[in-house]
Design a protein around this ligand. Structure first.
Ligand SMILES: *[C@@H]1O[C@H](CO)[C@@H](O)[C@H](O)[C@H]1NC(C)=O
Ligand SMILES: *[C@@H]1O[C@H](CO)[C@@H](O)[C@H](O)[C@H]1NC(C)=O
Ligand SMILES: *[C@@H]1O[C@H](CO)[C@@H](O)[C@H](O)[C@H]1NC(C)=O
Ligand SMILES: *[C@@H]1O[C@H](CO)[C@@H](O)[C@H](O)[C@H]1NC(C)=O
Length: 377
């Protein structure tokens, strides 16, 4: 009777740990947690209460978001919001600025509008949480998680299973390299040297993240920065892309992809990195009829004018304001980032495969434990 009871007790625990606990800790999500680093493409409210930072917590931002304006720089969900939903999270990952009372074990969003890899990026126009400061904030979160789980070691084991989404670098061009009146970088570096300097600094931050538990990285490349409405209107190109602002970030992308290859080789025993190619453009057949103009009426600096009525047919627009894609476009890129095997859009695999691989590895180790248990009984 007693041993029967034990078997019934052991079986569900094994079942839970093999197929459930690892990727269903939070109801049914495929990873237990997601940590987000980046800029306004991912920010969900970190800038709201910062002095003189880029802001988007006013209408018409958020008009298609369930909770209205939140500090997201688009009309609805950001790409990473949609990715976390595809991963099975029921709630959005909370911004670092508002984690009190929320479950930080499911992840934290450190992204800040205007932020860059370089500390000085966007500094001329306001205070932003640069990548280095996002790392500093993340250390605070890691020690809180260690406090909750009982030790730093347990925290590390837990964090090893999380997804680290890093989408940063656009502002190092838009609010730095492309503004020679305000920043000296374009006088100091050639486009190739600048991309290498950025990747070097990014890689140090990725290594620092590895030291505090990160093992699964999604590294997002830069979009076609010469095709955003701000670039087009600044250069008066009559609606066509600005080639000289497309080329430098393309070099960054090439370097980022080789960093991913390099890290996958260097950390093949314990980590996985993927690169997302964000240079997708509308082919005109995909329902996006306007790809070079914003949906909302703009202020001088490129953000939406408060309380002005945006375009009616916003799902046909690639861009919401002068810099940021619409939710409709985010849905397209998020879906492809999550699931587009062998498309060339993601390399060497998509997010779904990244997550499943880990699951397979965990299942294997659980199977090992199971067979050891049955061998010893
Ligand atoms: C902060 O988080 C709480 C609970 O998670 C939520 O109810 C509230 O709306 C959030 N506030 C802001 C400004 O995002
Ligand atoms: C940027 O700021 C971070 C955080 O304050 C700091 O650790 C880092 O050394 C700075 N980097 C440079 C190149 O100044
Ligand atoms: C990204 O995709 C574009 C279009 O398919 C391609 O031209 C470019 O080489 C890709 N970038 C990288 C770094 O793979
Ligand atoms: C959507 O809006 C744009 C700009 O106002 C307009 O040119 C286009 O014809 C509209 N499309 C539809 C289907 O109404």
């Amino acid at each position: 009777m007693e041993s029967m009871f034990k078997i019934w007790l052991v079986m569900p625990i094994l079942f839970l740990s093999s197929s459930y606990l690892h990727y269903c800790v939070n109801g049914k999500s495929q990873v237990p947690c997601v940590f987000i680093f980046g800029d306004s493409l991912s920010d969900s409210g970190n800038n709201n209460n910062l002095p003189s930072s880029p802001k988007s917590n006013y209408k018409p931002y958020g008009i298609d978001f369930p909770f209205g304006p939140t500090g997201r720089f688009t009309n609805g969900r950001t790409a990473v919001d949609i990715i976390t939903q595809l991963l099975g999270f029921e709630k959005f990952i909370p911004p670092f600025a508002n984690t009190s009372g929320s479950d930080i074990l499911k992840g934290v969003n450190h992204a800040s509008g205007g932020a860059g890899i370089r500390n000085e990026t966007s500094k001329v126009t306001g205070f932003v949480i640069s990548l280095g400061l996002q790392l500093t904030n993340h250390r605070v979160i890691v020690s809180q998680i260690a406090g909750r789980l009982g030790s730093l070691e347990k925290a590390q084991q837990y964090l090893n299973k999380c997804l680290y989404y890093v989408n940063i670098g656009s502002n190092d061009y838009i609010n730095n390299y492309f503004r020679p009146q305000l920043y000296p970088t374009s006088h100091i570096y050639s486009p190739q040297q600048y991309a290498e300097a950025l990747i070097q600094e990014l890689s140090l931050n990725l290594l620092a993240l590895h030291d505090i538990g990160a093992r699964k990285y999604v590294l997002v490349g830069l979009g076609r920065l010469g095709c955003i409405p701000n670039a087009i209107s600044n250069h008066g190109t009559d609606g066509s892309c600005v080639d000289e602002e497309n080329a430098p970030p393309f070099i960054f992308n090439v370097e980022l992809k080789s960093l991913v290859d390099h890290f996958n080789y260097k950390f093949s025993a314990d980590s996985k990195f993927i690169f997302i190619n964000s240079t997708l453009e509308s082919d005109g057949q995909d329902g996006f009829f306007v790809s070079n103009a914003p949906c909302c009426p703009l202020r001088l600096i490129g953000g939406c004018i408060p309380d002005e009525r945006p375009c009616y047919n916003r799902s046909e627009y690639v861009f919401w304001d002068a810099f940021h894609p619409s939710e409709a476009w985010n849905l397209l890129t998020a879906t492809r980032s999550y699931n587009s095997p062998n498309s060339g859009f993601t390399s060497p695999m998509d997010i779904k495969q990244l997550v499943e691989q880990e699951t397979k590895m965990e299942l294997e180790s659980t199977n090992e434990i199971t067979s050891k248990l049955s061998a010893s009984s």
